[in-house]
Design a binder for this molecule. Structure first.
Ligand code: PMP
Length: 383
């Protein structure tokens, strides 16, 4: 039984079919060949860029295909970062960020001499929208924040943070890895300058994702990887670049992944967003309430969180609990969840984290709850 969709979602048949169909019937390199199969692959690849754009409320030329959220965030930090960050700037992140949205900014701060400001969490592991806004100053060049954090599932108000950051002349980068599968994302409402997400967390393949960026910013940014597909002209003396987004997609891209991502978006959007949200909300409520009733239980985050619930059982190491659950064929995640600064702030080594997807159901949650109850008895008796 799989309750680790926040790490990566299981793939529906439509995604598997899209990958197979691409390799059987459409396989050709894109933006290169002068033959029908290659024309078609290129046309479809670019149509999918438009579909991905529509999925998040932007145009095709706002979408850069990347390997996933991590690569997208690193691209912004490496390419855009130096354009706006100076030695007297501040770069603002929260202590609840995934390492993918923490380390690139920490390293950028080190390279530029900027101040790296980390907003601390409350004792539930939450960094609120207000706490983030309170730390924005006239020196803040970039705020990088997850719309939904992967440890507590807390959701921040991106639009409000964006207004505060823009009012002070800074830029907002949003890690959407845990958000896109669970809520409609419309860049026109969020107003973020950049937004990153991964295909594999929205039922698509691994190795594909997107950076969504404002066009005028993408145009100013230098490429950071060089090679085929991203050039305009190359001479011995100089090279010039293709327009954005192609200038950021050096080398043969993950074409099959793009086709799989298209199928994943089709899968996700063919059901009603509100019904999806209600289904997952009911499961997370059941999970949170059930866990809270277990003696010695600490549940992190707040009841409005999405995607995940993190918890710890007194006297039981999270890894032992996860191993016990694995023996009952229940897959949950235990560890620091690539969020070591948050674990340090909470003074814990790790948590157990259960997360739901569209295919999760009440029985899954009930089985987990009864296994956790049994684990509590088992570990306490064996003490
Ligand atoms: N940010 C958050 C909040 C995440 O949950 C994850 C994946 N665990 C990432 C970033 C990184 O995503 P990926 O590994 O797909 O690049």
């Amino acid at each position: 039984m799989y309750l680790d969709s926040a790490a990566t979602a299981q793939k529906p048949q439509i995604v598997l079919d899209a990958l197979t169909d691409y390799y059987i019937n459409q396989n050709a390199n894109v933006h290169r060949g002068l033959y029908q199969l290659a024309f078609q692959a290129t046309e479809d690849y670019e149509k999918i860029r438009q579909q991905v754009g529509e999925f998040v409320g932007v145009n095709a030329d706002n979408i850069v295909f990347t390997r996933g959220t991590t690569e997208a965030l690193n691209l912004v930090a490496s390419s855009f970062g130096p354009l706006v960050v100076h030695p007297d700037s501040e770069i603002l992140v929260t202590a609840a960020e995934h390492h993918s949205n923490f380390i690139p900014w920490q390293q950028l701060a080190k390279r530029t001499g900027a101040k790296f400001v980390v907003v601390p969490p409350d004792d539930q592991g939450i960094v609120t929208t207000d706490a983030i806004i309170d730390h924005v100053t006239a020196k803040t060049a970039i705020v990088a924040v997850a719309q939904v954090t992967n440890v507590t599932g807390h959701v921040v108000d991106v639009a409000r943070i964006g207004q505060a950051v823009h009012a002070k002349g800074g830029y907002l980068v949003v890690d959407g890895a845990q958000a896109v599968a669970h809520m409609p994302v419309d860049m026109r409402q969020l107003g973020a300058d950049f937004y990153a997400f991964s295909g594999h967390k929205i039922y698509g393949p691994t190795g594909i994702g997107a950076l969504v960026g404002k066009k005028q910013l993408l145009q100013q940014m230098p490429p950071i990887a060089f090679g085929g597909e991203m050039i305009d002209m190359v001479t011995e003396a100089e090279s010039t670049w293709a327009p954005s987004p192609l200038k950021f997609e050096a080398g043969t891209p993950n074409i099959a992944g793009v086709f799989g991502l298209s199928a994943a978006i089709t899968y996700l959007t063919q059901s009603d967003a509100e019904a999806r949200e209600q289904h997952e909300r009911a499961l997370l409520d059941q999970l949170r309430t059930g866990l809270q009733a277990i003696p010695g239980m600490t549940v992190y985050g707040d009841s409005e969180g999405v995607s995940v619930v993190s918890f710890n059982l007194a006297g039981v190491h999270p890894h032992d609990l996860a191993t016990y659950l694995d023996e009952q064929s229940i897959a949950v995640r235990a560890g620091h969840h690539c969020a070591q600064p948050l674990m340090t702030q909470l003074n814990i080594p790790a948590t157990v984290r259960a997360s739901v997807g569209l295919y999760s159901n009440e029985d899954d949650v009930e089985r987990l709850l009864s296994a956790v109850r049994a684990a509590g008895r088992y570990f306490n008796e064996s003490e």
